[in-house]
Design a protein around this ligand. Sequence first.
Ligand SMILES: Cc1cc2nc3c(=O)[nH]c(=O)nc-3n(C[C@H](O)[C@H](O)[C@H](O)COP(=O)(O)OP(=O)(O)OC[C@H]3O[C@@H](n4cnc5c(N)ncnc54)[C@H](O)[C@@H]3O)c2cc1C
Ligand code: FES
Length: 263
Amino acid sequence: MKQGLASIISNSEVMPRVHLIWLESPQIASEAKPGQFVMVHCGEETVLRRPLSIHQVADATQIAFLFTVVGIGTYWLSQRQAGDNIDLLGPLGNGFAIHPGSHNLLLVAGGIGIAPLRFLADEALHRGCLVTLLLGASTANQLYSSHFLPPEAELIATTEDGSDGFKGLATDLIVDHVDQADQIFACGPVGMYRAIANYSKQFKKLHSTQISLEVRMGCGRGVCYACTVKTKNGLKQVCQDGPVFDLDNILWDELDFIRNNGL
Ligand SMILES: Cc1cc2nc3c(=O)[nH]c(=O)nc-3n(C[C@H](O)[C@H](O)[C@H](O)COP(=O)(O)OP(=O)(O)OC[C@H]3O[C@@H](n4cnc5c(N)ncnc54)[C@H](O)[C@@H]3O)c2cc1C
Ligand code: FES
């Protein structure tokens, strides 16, 4: 884990209210694993750093974040320009674990949930795995562009209003793909994780289903306990023990609590 300034290479709005920002950060890029995150200092008006997943790594020197502008911190970040310096702390958290016996990976992304899964897709393809990505969004202009994805990954797009791809939810298509999958990796809203769990009886042959949890964080490194959640294995700190958890370890009451608190 490193703390330091990173220089912005580019910052562009790639979908309405969604920014892709590239930074020069050899320290973080050289250590980062898919599913890990960085605590980003978002200007003087925010006391706490904001957690953002590592979206991509390039040349072992550059990292990217993909983020939705939802409040004061992400708005501040969206306004930064190439050449500005940003204070980063990371990489943090456990990250996704690809089982050595897995060859076919099914990735399920809901909305901005594509943020950590893009890096995972890169890593999996690099290891010679086959990657199928179920990518869901509410409508076409919120759908992450296929141009940003590695061409080797099989992409299946869904929109809730049917304006692009399959009309429905990304999770509606899991049943068509789970038989070929060795592992499932998902990132999205809590409702999406519940839908995946509903299919779990058909997941017998999977090595694991891993999900990335989003909760409010304070320090991001195990000091403040703000991110503590109950799991079947006891109390866990999402910033250190997660953010990636095995779906089997999730207590649904706890996830509903997270959802009811707006996350
Ligand atoms: C491990 C982890 C990785 C994340 N990765 C990404 C990512 O790659 N891209 C991305 O767009 N977002 C990501 N998030 C969510 C992101 O951290 C929040 O959107 C951000 O902190 C909001 O800061 P803000 O100052 O703009 O909003 P605030 O002004 O603090 O809040 C504005 C609104 O955002 C909601 N919000 C605040 N914190 C969170 C949170 N942690 N999760 C969800 N909603 C929140 C609040 O409920 C409120 O409604 C991640 C969160 C975690 C825990
Ligand atoms: S955010 Fe402080 S312990 Fe996890």
